[in-house]
Design a protein around this ligand. Sequence first.
Ligand code: PLP
Length: 402
Amino acid sequence: MLELDIHPSGRHFLQIPGPSPVPDRILRAMSLPTIDHRGPEFGALGLKVLAGIARVFQTQHPVVIYPASGTGAWEAALANTLSPGDAVLMYETGHFASLWKKMAERLGLEPEFIALPGTDESTGLPASWRRGVQADLIEQRLRQDTQHRIKAVCVVHNETSTGVTSRIADVRRAIDSAKHPALLMVDSISGLASADYRHDEWGVDVTVSGSQKGLMLPPGMSFNALSPKAMAASKTAKLPRSFWAWDEIVEMNRTGYWPYTPNTNLLYGLSESLDMLLGEGLPRVFARHQRWAEGVRAAVQAWGLPTQCADPEVHSPVLTGVITPKGVDADALRKLIHERFDLSLGTGLGKLKGRMFRIGHLGDCNDLTLMAALAGCEMGMKLAGIALAGSGVQAAMEFFGG
Ligand code: PLP
């Protein structure tokens, strides 16, 4: 018997902080026929996207592109630069920092997790998950490490589980002030191409990123941006690697090719994405995300709900975490909103499960799609019987219409 097609009419509102909505232009570009990845046309495509993606990372050095999700590029960063038993200093900003640390353990490294201690009195949530990296804690720890056992410092630039960013330039300064030789590795999986990010200027050795956030592509492609110091470290690093090894990829990339079969159609998508982002200009792209974030925060404030980020200086331009009132299960609320309005919101991850929902404001969205998403949240909260202080939709209309 034929199943009824029960797709709701209209576009689904994918308001999670990645995968983000993919523009039609990119979907169309990806629908072109797959070409020979050893042929001449492919080399031109490869050279174009490699040069373009380096501009997005703001680097003069190689960027390695993997046909893998961001998790693969996390592994590549560690496996190419470190040796079994190496000490790694990681900072607990949230769920993704915790997952990267778990990966480091599984790879045979010795990660040390540092964090702001304690919980916030008002919310009972971990203090460190509500604020960005405190670079002075990193500096203090590195100063104690007089034997230079710590080989790398790993931080997350835009913690997608919390909606908090971290100042990477401050982390660089902390490492330099401590006169410590550790590599600096940064996860900007959800920051790149939405939040300002400067690989070279901030002295980052490896930046990890992914396709499905600010680049507005489907999931399945990820990146390592390198520094000369990281490339030198890869010559002596002893962790086993083969598929992830930078050397052969960087070598073949010089002519626009890969040592294995690359994901050709995602590369078409990347080429289109780069045309869009670089055509608009990165400063405008960053400003657009900042503005969306401010409009969404105006709504959350009018509802009278706390944002998960407790430090206004480091609110994420990419997403906003909204803490639900005590006794309200944020996942039940998300389910109701999804069922009634066909709107997907991000779930609370790890220690935040059931305590918050996340509104993504990145990718193919604009003022009006955000207004609709905020209306979905507000209607859903009213249906769930949550007493709101005021109308977030009204506040956002004033912000976006002003
Ligand atoms: N790091 C951050 C900050 C992320 O947001 C994500 C995914 O959302 C990951 C790592 C893991 O990436 P992926 O799910 O693409 O493997």
